[in-house]
Design a protein. Structure first.
Length: 116
């Protein structure tokens, strides 16, 4: 929607920004997939918190989501050292955010485990 400047600002890499500037469909498609995955993960968090009805495979999904966030947060440190196409700042910031979200998922999972 906001094009190449936003892809650059969010650290998606120059290749993605150039494709978006050229009107290529791939950046928007990739962004839509990522947004769909994150929205689904949010629904599972809400389900685990009891805000919405229980979703299928709730325990398994919450464990997997937590693991993905934590692993991405931890893996960002070595990825930052070998950053190609994205800035080192992108890897540090996105890793810190993923680690924080993973910690929140883990905390919430521990709190509601018995009733899942």
């Amino acid at each position: 929607m906001f094009g190449a400047p936003w892809y650059r600002a969010m650290g998606a890499g120059e290749k993605m920004a150039r494709m978006a500037a050229a009107g290529n469909w791939r950046p928007a498609f990739i962004t839509a997939i990522i947004a769909t995955v994150l929205a689904t993960w949010s629904l599972y968090a809400l389900s685990g918190a009891g805000v919405i009805p229980k979703l299928p495979l709730l325990r398994l999904a919450l464990c997997a989501i937590t693991a993905v966030y934590l692993l991405r947060g931890i893996a960002g440190v070595p990825l930052a050292m070998f950053a190609t196409g994205r800035s080192t700042a992108f890897w540090w910031w996105s890793s810190a955010i993923c680690l924080a979200i993973g910690a929140l998922y883990l905390t919430g999972l521990k709190q509601v485990w018995a009733r899942l």
